[in-house]
Design a protein around this ligand. Structure first.
Ligand code: NOJ
Length: 509
């Protein structure tokens, strides 16, 4: 077991975390300022989404320089300070890395598009129009029904972009691209970063024949359809770069393939990704039977290849869990129990500890081409008009900001914030929850049950997904650790668990 097996990661989308220079956009200064809060909360690692120089068409997922910080966010020096301060607090830091595409403003692409004979031409994916002047294939880009190809008028070829036309795909089949990208990893590893979250990393391997996607699946876009052996070869190279440093640097891949069995193959034989996101958990409906299925499939697919699972319920691309649960506070707490007690590494999205919901974005404030603004609303820190932000933030706050603010919740022992903090500390103190096996998974008439077991401890979790109260009988000697409603296990060992409630008990010792 290394640190990242045990860690609870906390995802920061810097634009929305906290601004310190008054331009309305969160920055590295905001992260530095809130380091004591993160240490108090008890998270073990931060995942910081991109802060690279960028024209911001996809908010720094369109990178124009892999080895710098956009002035909007701060400086390299600020980033060094984040690493230093986080490490002082015992918190690890990983940074987003975007290997599949650059910005069309990146000097590499500027060179590549300048002529067919430019030495960097082959760093991107170019194709001739078909003989009747049509697109090279039927691939669609994300977030639209538009082709993944744009014709470069000057040079008469199409280039590939699985996202925006301003995000051309790199050609990983070219060894110079692989070498240059390895250097970008080394740049941050030398600065002391603990690893990377790797953006749509399965996409770097492409079928050189570029065949059409199956007609019945074209509409979902090419990204979730791209599962290729080439990616595994490149990932082995990436893993070696991380291992040049020490055995402690990690990677978590965004393998946006929706089948856990396929995702698990991206761990290789412990020679590809250290971890991969398990998106099944983001899309599992709030039903005990559905969770039994997701957990079973995750456990069996990962165990089969010796891979360590991850769990996540929210991120900067998807509706927040509290909104998916219609703002029901009890269910939102139970969801936190779920994600923090399953076997594997949990990833929390900033604001999840407050039970924050998505914001309502009026049409004139929409800025994201993928329409993901609602889950990127700024964090409310205080109860003043601007909620701790020095000026109006780039997106509106979610509704009832004072109810969800850190200021309100930190002083209320019954708040979601203090609930999540207790849960994190219970998890930290429990070898069963951090490292134990997961057994006795079942759906008992709408109550999800599983047992976490290490050599010195047994912990049981029960979550009532049913719409009615359900009786639970605990093993003799069980001690209460936490419940969503605050209900404790009575001496009789019998409890009527109300709808949405969940309870964690220690069975032994
Ligand atoms: C996945 C990231 O999570 C998303 O925010 C981004 O827009 C795309 N990859 C493209 O980089």
């Amino acid at each position: 077991m290394t640190w990242w097996h045990d860690a609870v990661f906390y995802q920061i989308y810097p634009r929305s975390f906290l601004d310190t220079d008054g331009d309305g956009v969160g920055d590295l200064g905001g992260i530095l300022k809130k380091m004591p809060y993160l240490a108090w909360l008890g998270v073990d690692a931060l995942w910081i989404t991109p802060i690279y120089p960028s024209p911001m068409r996809d908010f720094s997922y369109d990178i124009s320089d892999y080895c710098d910080v956009d002035p909007l966010f701060g400086t390299l020096d600020d980033f060094d300070q984040i690493i230093a301060k986080a490490h002082e607090a015992g918190i690890h830091v990983i940074l987003d890395w975007v290997p599949n595409h650059t910005s069309s403003d990146h000097p590499w692409f500027q060179e590549a598009r300048s002529s067919r004979t430019n030495p960097k031409r082959d760093w991107y994916v170019w194709k001739e129009p078909t003989s009747d002047g049509k697109l090279p294939n039927n691939w669609l880009r994300s977030w639209s029904d538009q082709p993944a190809w744009t014709l470069d008028d000057e040079t008469g070829q199409f280039y590939l972009h699985c996202f925006l036309p301003e995000q051309p795909d790199l050609n990983w089949a070219n060894i110079d691209v692989r070498d240059a990208m390895a250097e970008t990893l080394r740049f941050w590893l030398r600065r002391g970063i603990d690893g990377f979250r790797m953006d749509v990393v399965h996409l770097i391997g492409k079928d050189p024949a570029m065949p059409d996607d199956p007609e019945d699946l074209v509409a979902i876009g090419h990204v979730p359809l791209n599962d290729r052996p080439e990616a595994h070869v490149y990932l082995k190279g990436i893993r070696k770069v991380l291992e040049e440093f020490d055995g402690e640097r990690t990677s978590v891949g965004e393998v946006y393939l929706l089948d856990p069995e396929v995702v698990a193959t991206y761990y290789g034989q412990a020679d590809e990704l250290h971890m991969s996101f398990n998106f099944a958990s983001l899309f599992t409906p709030w039903r005990a039977a559905s969770w039994v299925e997701t957990i079973t499939r995750t456990e069996s697919s990962h165990n089969a290849v010796g891979a360590w699972p991850t769990w996540t319920l929210s991120n900067h691309d998807n509706k927040r869990i509290a909104s998916r649960l219609d703002g029901d506070p009890m269910k939102t707490r139970s969801a936190a129990i779920l994600v923090l007690t399953l076997r594997g590494t949990p990833f929390l999205y900033a604001g999840e500890e407050l039970g924050l919901e998505d914001a309502i974005i009026p049409p004139e404030r929409v800025v994201d081409p993928g329409l993901r603004d609602p889950c990127r609303a700024p964090l409310p820190w205080t109860n003043e008009r601007l909620h701790g932000w020095p000026s109006d933030p780039w997106l509106p706050f979610a509704e009832r900001p004072n109810d969800f603010s850190v200021e309100t919740q930190e002083h209320d022992s019954a708040s979601m914030l203090n609930f999540v903090r207790s849960l994190l500390s219970i998890r930290k103190a429990s070898t069963a929850l951090r490292q134990g096996s997961l057994n006795e998974l079942r759906d008992d008439n709408g109550v999800l049950h599983y047992r976490r077991e290490s050599s010195d401890e047994v912990v049981d979790v029960y979550i009532n997904f049913a719409k009615e109260p359900r009786p639970i009988t605990f093993l003799p000697g069980s001690t209460w650790l936490l419940s969503s409603s605050g209900v404790k296990v009575p001496a009789s060992g019998q409890l009527l668990l109300v709808p949405g409630d969940s309870v964690i008990v220690r069975v032994s010792p």
